[in-house]
Design a protein around this ligand. Sequence first.
Ligand SMILES: [Zn+2]
Length: 109
Amino acid sequence: MKPKKLAVFGQTVKIRYVKDLVEKQEISGDYLDGIIRIDADLDSKLMYLTLLHEAIHALFDRLGVGQVVNGGVEEIICDNIAMLIYENFELEIKKPRPKARPKPNSDSN
Ligand SMILES: [Zn+2]
């Protein structure tokens, strides 16, 4: 299952699956302005590695890490944390929570 959004410290990050990202831009994914783009045709391993990598970029963006870490270092951190998670954990995307329904009026007595 391909997730359509991630929560990054309470902020929603949308995920778009884009055709031919690898062929046209020579990237498997990117993160920009609150949106993660992933090549639509990656195999499962590369999709998860790319998604984790871009999610870490989104987290760093949220935390302002780019102000103290240069881009090259951030790429190495994102690649290696993504690989560490992929190698050691079973990855499963959480199902979205059902929206809260208003409770029936219980204080009418
Ligand atoms: Zn990156």
